[in-house]
Write a protein that binds this ligand. Structure first.
Ligand code: 13P
Length: 264
C-alpha cells in the first residue's frame, strides 16, 4: 500500500490565485512521487473549481470538515453530500481544531457513517490535548475511536483512515518521537480489534473483523516536515501523514514529498 500524504491547507491561502499556484506545484511534485498517494484538502470554497480543472489521476481531494446532515439551518457549514457532489473522495472528520470549537464525539461518529454511505473515505482524527504521567491519553484516544467508529460495521473498519494528531504537536517546532508513535499505533490497532469483536462472530461470508481492524491505515499529523517525516514513516508504524504548514508552501511540500518518496 502506498504511503498517503494528506495536505491540510486549513484556512489558506488567502486568494484563489495562490490556491491555483499551490495546487499546480503539488500536482507536479506528486507526479514525480511514484511511491506516494497524495490528497489535497483545500478550503471548501476552492474544492469544486480545483477538482474541475484537474484532469490527472494521481491526486484526490478531501473536504476539511463537513456535516453529516444532508440539509438544514446550519449557517456557514457545508454537508458531506455537497462535498461529494463537488468531487471529494475523502473527508477529514473531527480535526482537533474543529473539536476545539465544540465538535462532539457523537458528531464525528455521524460524519464517519454518512461519509461511508456516500462512498467517501473518512479520515478520523484522534489525539489527546496533553500527556500526563497517568497515561490518561490512551483513554482519550480510545473514547474518540469508539465514538468515531460507532456506526461502522465491524467488517468494514478498513474503509476508515485514522489520523493520530496529538494536539500538543500541532503547529509546533517538533513532531512526536517515532517510537512514541509506534506505541500509539499499536494501541490504536488493539482498540480497533476490540471494536471489531463487539458484535461477536460474524457469518463466514464476511471478512474476518480482526484482520480488517489490523488493516486500518494510520496516519500521523503534527509538525511534520521533510526533516522528520522519513524516520516517522520507517519507525512509527504508520502508513502516511496529515500535514498542515508544510503542505501550504510549494517549496516545503515539494521537499516533503521528495524526502518521503525516497523511503516509501
Ligand atoms: P502542522 O503540520 O502545521 O503542525 O498541522 C498539523 C495538522 O493539524 C494537520 O491536520
Amino acid at each position: 500500500m502506498k504511503c498517503l500524504v494528506v495536505a491540510n491547507w486549513k484556512m489558506n491561502p488567502a486568494t484563489w490565485r495562490e490556491a491555483r499556484q499551490l495546487f499546480e506545484a503539488i500536482k507536479k511534485a506528486a507526479d514525480r512521487s511514484a511511491h506516494l498517494s497524495v490528497v489535497v484538502a483545500p478550503p471548501s470554497l476552492y474544492v469544486r473549481s480545483l477538482r474541475e480543472r484537474y484532469h490527472g489521476r494521481r491526486l484526490a481531494f478531501a473536504i476539511q470538515h463537513a456535516r453529516a446532515e444532508t440539509q438544514g439551518a446550519h449557517t456557514g457549514d457545508v454537508s458531506l453530500i455537497q462535498s461529494k457532489d463537488a468531487g471529494v473522495q475523502y473527508a477529514i472528520v473531527g480535526h482537533a481544531e474543529r473539536r476545539a470549537q465544540g465538535e462532539t464525539d457523537d458528531e464525528t461518529g455521524a460524519q464517519v457513517g454518512e461519509a461511508l454511505s456516500l462512498k467517501v473515505t473518512p479520515i478520523l482524527c484522534v489525539g489527546e490535548a496533553e500527556r500526563t504521567s497517568d497515561a490518561m491519553y490512551f483513554e482519550v484516544v480510545r473514547r474518540q475511536l469508539r465514538a468515531g467508529f460507532a456506526q461502522v460495521d465491524p467488517s468494514h473498519l478498513q474503509r476508515v483512515i485514522v489520523a493520530y494528531e496529538p494536539v500538543w504537536a500541532i503547529g509546533k517546532q517538533s513532531a512526536m518521537r517515532p517510537r512514541d508513535m509506534h506505541e500509539m499505533a499499536i494501541f490504536i490497532r488493539k482498540t480497533l480489534v476490540d471494536l471489531s469483536m463487539r458484535n461477536g462472530p460474524l457469518p463466514t461470508n464476511k471478512k474476518e473483523p480482526t484482520a480488517t481492524a489490523m488493516g486500518v491505515r494510520i496516519l500521523y499529523g503534527g509538525s511534520i516536515d521533510e526533516q522528520n517525516a522519513p524516520a516517522m514513516l520507517t519507525e512509527g508504524d504508520i502508513q502516511g501523514f496529515l500535514v498542515g504548514r508544510a503542505s501550504q508552501e510549494s517549496a516545503r511540500m515539494r521537499a516533503l514529498l521528495q524526502a518521503l518518496d525516497a523511503v516509501a
